[in-house]
Design a protein around this ligand. Structure first.
Ligand code: GUN
Ligand code: ZN
Length: 342
């Protein structure tokens, strides 16, 4: 199922698997993360959230300049709707307003406005049915009102169980020509590996060759599993969150707290950050930690792509995931499903 796939975006083709790092533009629109897109050649991609931009003063700048002039001309920008905020804040904006923001700032890929289904939600309730109806309606409205034909539109998929999600996929595929699908609602379920594997696998099979994005699970431990399941693109703010908590991604392994690293002159990494800055400088600067963390993800994705090309993904994952029993178990569970699929 793992694949290398080319997605033709308005800016340029991208070769999957691809991470869209979440660029936290902050409340006043001034980012507090590193300008990774100027540092890491493999990471000229970014995920921003239309609803957060709408509430931020940076929106005017982006409307005037466009994302590409503001950040980088050859950047590929995935603009999420902000559906994730739908349950936590006062989202009053409608799907067409979100679409207009996505189109006018120059998004390459836009996700439709969804309402996340929470893990504890009962799928037999009226409220669940209502939520899914709104997701479907919003997705179709977005497609009907598109003004930029070149911008890719991904339908957000939600559902309290797999049956509900697949129903949504079937309905949307029948009614509209979406450029891809994006699975939402998985972040709160992220420690239920079995459910995550079942869900992604079911949707991946159902959508044929269409591009598949998974929201919010693009951290260093989940990426190998997502790639194995045939997910094309993913996003994550893990590099930033880890940076602020002084958590350092260790090359080829998991992550460690800087407190546990102890005294050292140089870190055990030769990325441009750790080559130029001794241990104490990296430790003191959360932007440097975040940038190093993204370099590690870039390294991981390169290795995954090489393994796919060399037809050696399974042996690679076997040794790569072994130190992490939870992900290792999830990988074996996924392997069983994939092997049973003909
Ligand atoms: N980011 C993380 N989870 C979600 C989700 O469920 N929907 C959207 N649109 N974005 C997300
Ligand atoms: Zn490093």
């Amino acid at each position: 199922m793992a694949r290398i796939f080319v997605i033709d975006t308005p800016t340029r083709p991208i070769e999957t698997p691809v991470l869209f790092p979440v660029n936290n533009t902050g409340h006043r629109g001034e980012g507090n993360g590193p300008e990774y897109w100027t540092e890491i050649p493999d990471m000229k991609t970014m995920l921003l959230n239309a609803h957060l931009l709408y509430k931020s003063s940076i929106l005017q700048t982006l409307m005037a300049e466009g994302l590409h002039r503001h950040y980088t001309q050859d950047g590929v920008f995935f603009i999420d709707s902000g559906g994730f905020q739908n349950r936590t804040s006062d989202l009053t904006i409608d799907p067409i307003e979100i679409l207009r923001i996505q189109e006018s700032i120059g998004a390459d890929i836009a996700a439709t406005l969804d309402i996340p289904v929470l893990p504890q939600e009962n799928t037999l309730t009226q409220k669940h049915a209502e939520t899914l109806r709104t997701c479907v309606k919003n997705a179709l409205i977005t497609l009907q009102h598109r003004e930029r034909e070149d911008m890719l539109i991904y339908a957000c998929i939600q559902g309290g169980d797999i049956r509900a999600m697949l129903n949504m996929v079937d309905y949307l595929q029948k009614r509209g020509q979406f450029d891809g699908f994006a699975i939402g609602g998985l972040v709160p379920k992220r420690s239920d590996f079995q459910q995550i594997v079942d869900t992604i696998w079911a949707v991946r099979k159902r959508i044929g060759d269409a591009p598949l994005h998974v929201f919010g699970l693009g951290g260093p431990s989940y990426i190998p599993l997502l790639v194995y399941l045939g997910v094309d693109t993913f996003d994550s703010s893990s590099y930033l969150r880890a940076g602020s908590k002084r958590v350092y991604f260790v090359p080829g392994q998991g992550s460690v707290d800087f407190q546990d690293i102890g005294k050292c002159t140089w870190l055990p990494c030769v990325c441009p950050v750790c080559s130029a800055h001794p241990c104490n400088e990296v430790r003191e600067d959360r932007r440097l930690i975040a940038l190093h963390n993204l370099w590690m993800i870039a390294y991981e994705i390169r290795k995954l792509k090489i393994a796919i090309r060399e037809n050696s993904l399974e042996p690679y994952l076997e040794q790569r995931l072994k130190p992490n029993p939870l992900i290792y178990g999830a990988y074996h569970y996924a392997k069983g499903k994939i092997r049973g699929f003909t």
